[in-house]
Every structure is written in C-alpha cells, then in structure tokens.
Design a protein around this ligand. Structure first.
Ligand code: ARG
Length: 458
C-alpha cells in the first residue's frame, strides 16, 4: 500500500526499513484511545468550521464503526501497518474515501501519539489504583485478624522489640497508601492535553484546543506546543511510581520468603500460591513472592531505559521517542500482575502465631522495657541501659530469660528491682505499654486500622 507520508521520499523504503520503523506491535493496544482522540478531533474540526459539520459527522461514525469492528473481531489490526495511527486512518480512508483524508487536518502524529499515550496511561492509572486498594484491603483483613499476635520486631534482622503482626502489616499498608497517592498526583500532571500542538509549532487553522481537551476529559491543555509533543515526564513519573511500588512489594516479598522458611515458620502460604519441587518432595516454595521480587528489577530497568532514551534527544519529536511505550507498558503490565498475585497470596496466607510468640520469647526483646522499668524508678536512662545489658549477658550465660530470672538475682544488680519487674518484662505488657501514636500498642494499632479505613472510605 502506498504510504500516507509518501511526499518527498516517495515512500520507497526497503522492507527491512519498514519493519524496523514499525511500532504497530507495541502501539496497537492504544487503538481505543487513538480512535476516541480522532473522534474528538473530528468534532473539533466540525465545530470550528475547519471542515463541514456533515463531514465531521461522517468521520465520527466511520471511526465509531472501526472501533466496533475491532472490538468485535471483524477488523483485525494489520501487523504490516506502520503504527496504530496510520492503521486507523488508512481503514477510515478506505471506507469513507476523500472525507477520510480530512481527519488529519490540523494534526500530526506527533501530537496524536502524545495524546494516545496520555489517554492510555490515564486509564491504566485508574486500574492500578483500584488494584492497590484491593491489595490494601486484603492486607487489612489480616491486620485485623492478627491484632493480638505478638512477634519479634527486627532491626538488622536481629530480634529487637516485641510488636504485633498487625503492626508490621500496617507498615506495608501505609507504603501502599502512598503509592496510591503518588499515582493520583501523577494523574494531575498527566491529564493535560497535548492535542493541537500539531507537529511542534501549532497550526494555521483556527482550532479550538480547549474544546478537544474537554471532550476527552482533560483538565487543561499544555501551554507550549513544543513541550506538548516532547514531554514524556508523565510516563517517567508513572514508571518511577511503579518502581517505588515494586520496591515495596519486593521488601514485603522478602519477608514473606523469610517468614515461610523453616527457620522462621511465622506464616504458611496457601498451596494455591506456592509450588513444589520436582525433586524434593518436602518443598513448598514461595515462588510468587520470589517472582515479584525478581520482577522488581525488570520495572527498574523499564525506568532506566526511558530515562536513557530521553536524555540526549533535542526538542521536539525524534523517532527515538517511539521507544518510549514498550517499557512503560511492560512496567504497567508487570505491576498489575504483581499486585494481583500479591492480593491472592496474602488473602490465603495464615499466620503461625504460636511460632511468632516462641520467637518473641527468645532474644531478649524486652530488654528495653527492663531499662525503662529502672528509669521509671528514678535511674537515668544510660545507667538503666547499662544494668539491663549486664543482666541480659548474665541470663545468656546462665540460661535464663528476663521472665524467669529470680528476684534475688535482679536485686544484685539494683535495689530498685521488686516483684513488679515481672510484669514490666511480660511481652504482652511490653506491647500494651507502647502507647505512643503510631506505636505497636493495641489502641494505636486499632487507630491505624481506622485511619486506613477512613483513607479508603470503607
Ligand atoms: N509511531 C510513532 C511513535 O510511536 C508515532 C509518531 C510518528 N511521528 C513521526 N514524526 N514519524 O512515536
């Protein structure tokens, strides 16, 4: 087929060059956005009198039928087309004749692709946001279930202080809430219309950019046509948001992998979200979590690829920019799949609260509380800290824990000790006493759960 852009070059490109130049394999997924954008463009051309109203109506119904035919499968998107924009226009022109050729008035593929990309990602942001909400709800359910489950909280992967499992889960929820907020924030900057920027310099036709933008649900139009066709910040922002989201999921994955190991056995993943080994019958592998952790690298790669593609290109459009979509789509697809799998994995997981408790009973995670006990009795914190340290090392040597060390021994270290020390080092009490806002105390954890619910309106 003769090329629509066969001007000076006659369109006599080599087959190899045609294939290399084509982006249809990647951008065909934007067919709906491309057609909707064209419908808005045709409506604007009609409303401003650039073409007649009846021509605009013909174009719009032609585009509607192309959309319907693609969706029903009667029209296959040709993989020989150069890109989705050319494909739609070619079909339209074949179907409508000369009227079809009017669609591209006051437009360029440069502003068209920028428009399609924004429209596509705008929809995906909504999908991602909803998926994150579902994941948060799944984690929240577990956080409500395990409000009383005491476990060791870690620093340096060393047992540090007692917390409840719910508190740890809520930490991930807070991260995910920010991930959602970030998407919402990105959408504000993304939802600005580039259409009407044309090739780069605007147009001589009396277009109405605001009309077109409103028709497509944009909040505003971009103020500079060169920026309009060159800007890909919105895609970069999205992929960096997704990189942060994936980093959160990857940290969570790492914990899930640790917690489900024999060494921890804090949780049990469901058979439906684990795999077996082809050689070791005892194995139950946390593949889903490992894959999420692995795919995080892939999303970071997508971010790096786009940053690198853009860094050296002068304004305005350059063909390098055709490389912008594949990685972004990959990042979006990957993140969506990871969020879904995580939701399934979390909602079917159970916690082994007995093992958590056993782990909490070892490792002297109540040593800070022992020091705090002496502080309450009037000792400066540094002195109290020192005495507690000496008691802990005695216990380790002699095989005691703070809960079982006889009171006479305590008294050898300080006269301030009496029987009430056993209450002070009781793990449940240690948790309950952490009443500071955001802490692991039961009331605080309940407040956090309420906070999440109010954020999500549930
Ligand atoms: N397929 C192209 C892309 O994705 C569309 C824009 C083409 N513009 C051009 N001046 N050749 O970037």
């Amino acid at each position: 087929m003769a090329k629509m852009w066969a001007g000076l070059t006659n369109g006599t490109t080599d087959k190899l060059a045609d294939d290399f130049n084509s982006s249809i394999r990647v951008d065909s997924r934007m067919y709906k956005q491309d057609i909707k954008g064209s419908m808005a463009h045709a409506a604007m051309l009609g409303a401003t009198g650039i073409i007649s109203q009846s021509e605009a109506d013909t174009l719009i119904s032609g585009l509607e039928s192309i959309l319907a035919d693609i969706e029903s499968g009667t029209l296959k998107i040709s993989q020989d087309a150069e890109d989705i924009h050319m494909f739609v226009e070619e079909v339209l022109t074949t179907r409508l004749g000369d009227v079809g050729k009017k669609l591209h008035t006051a437009r360029s593929r440069n502003d068209q692709v920028a428009l399609d990309f924004r429209l596509y990602l705008r929809d995906e942001i909504d999908v991602l946001s909803e998926k994150i909400t579902n994941l948060i709800c799944a984690i929240l359910e577990k956080a409500e279930e395990y409000k009383l489950a005491i476990m060791p909280g870690y620093t340096h992967l060393q047992r540090a202080q007692p917390i409840v499992f719910s508190h740890q889960l809520l930490a991930y929820i807070m991260m995910l809430l920010r991930d959602k907020d970030r998407l919402c924030d990105t959408k504000k900057r993304l939802n600005i219309s580039p259409i009407g920027s044309c090739a780069l310099a605007g147009t001589t036709y009396p277009t109405d950019r605001k009309f077109e933008a409103e028709n497509l649900g944009f909040d505003d139009i971009c103020q500079n046509s060169i920026d309009g066709v060159s800007d890909r910040d919105f895609a970069l922002e999205l992929v960096s948001n997704l990189s942060i989201l994936m980093m959160h999921l990857s940290r969570f994955s790492e914990e899930i992998i640790l917690w489900s190991s024999w060494e921890f056995k804090f949780i049990e993943l469901s058979n439906s979200f684990t795999t077996g080994s082809s050689i070791m019958p005892q194995k139950k592998n946390p593949d889903m979590a490992e894959l999420v952790r692995g795919k995080t690298g892939r999303v970071y790669g997508d971010l790096m690829a786009l940053l690198t593609t853009l860094k050296g290109i002068p304004l305005a459009y350059n063909k390098d920019m055709q490389e912008d979509k594949e990685g972004v789509f990959d990042a979006v697809d990957t993140a969506k799949a990871c969020i879904d799998i995580f939701t399934g994995m979390i909602s079917t997981m159970t916690a082994n609260t007995e093992n958590m408790k056993k782990a909490a009973q070892k490792g002297f995670i109540n040593a800070t509380d022992l020091a705090d006990y002496l502080v309450l009795k009037g000792l400066p914190f540094r002195s109290a800290y020192k005495i507690s340290g000496q008691i802990v090392s005695f216990c380790i040597k002699e095989g005691f824990v703070l809960e079982t060390l006889p009171i006479e021994k305590y008294k050898e270290y300080s006269e301030l000790f009496d029987e009430t020390v056993y209450n002070a080092v009781d793990l449940k009490v240690c948790v309950e006493k952490r009443i500071s806002e955001g802490g692991t105390g039961y009331k605080s954890v309940e407040n956090q759960i309420e906070f999440v619910k109010s954020k999500l309106n549930i």
